[in-house]
Design a protein around this ligand. Structure first.
Ligand SMILES: [Zn+2]
Length: 195
């Protein structure tokens, strides 16, 4: 083997290792929030999917997880998890406690329960209304939700827009209609990954 082909082979092995570690080592990070309600015991049966970005604060850093965490702190809200564009998962609130992610909300009929935070786990994906979501985010989200399903009897996975939309406003539960995760979130793809 010539020295140049040896270098090429070594390069290929290195690339392979890089891809392998990116594919298998989902990054899990801790970013504890102070904005939650402690729950002695609660029954979790719902997962709520959201998006969040820093686009209205600093356009050039819209996908920076640190900016997104800062925005959550600033507005004194939270989610249990935040997933960045590279698929890293940040844990903000323990699943046993109530995160402040949905606000005024009502489950779709025939469920119709209000105050969805009480019985749900909230997951924020870093995205804008038009950015779409990365493959790494779908993979990390599916892994996370499969884990949640193994720990809780989950019977509904909904978007924030399904529980805090026009109906919630008409019922006087909130003032604004929530657009997230919006039409760019691929529900069939996601559901196919967790069922
Ligand atoms: Zn939301």
């Amino acid at each position: 083997m010539s020295s140049s082909s040896l270098v090429r082979a070594a390069g290929a092995v290195l690339l392979l290792l890089l891809f392998a570690s990116a594919a298998f080592a989902a990054r899990e990070l801790s970013a504890p929030s102070r904005h939650y309600t402690k729950a002695a015991s609660r029954r979790v049966d719902t997962v709520v999917i959201h998006y969040l970005s820093g686009i209205n604060v600093d356009r050039s850093r819209w996908s920076d997880p640190n900016l997104c965490l800062e925005i959550l702190r600033r507005y004194r809200v939270s989610a249990h998890y935040l997933i960045d564009r590279a698929g890293a998962v940040y844990t903000l609130v323990d699943e046993r406690n109530i995160a402040w992610h949905a606000g005024g909300s009502i489950m779709p009929a025939p469920d119709n329960r209000r105050g969805v935070n009480r019985f749900s786990i909230g997951i924020e994906l870093i995205a804008t209304h038009t950015s779409g979501f990365t493959d790494a985010q779908y993979t990390a989200l599916a892994t996370l939700v499969r884990g949640i399903k193994s720990r809780h009897p989950i019977r509904a996975i909904v978007g924030h827009d399904q529980i805090s939309g026009r109906r919630a406003v008409q019922l006087g539960l909130r003032k604004d209609v929530k657009p997230d995760p919006g039409p760019r979130f691929d529900w069939p793809r996601f559901r196919g990954m967790v069922e």
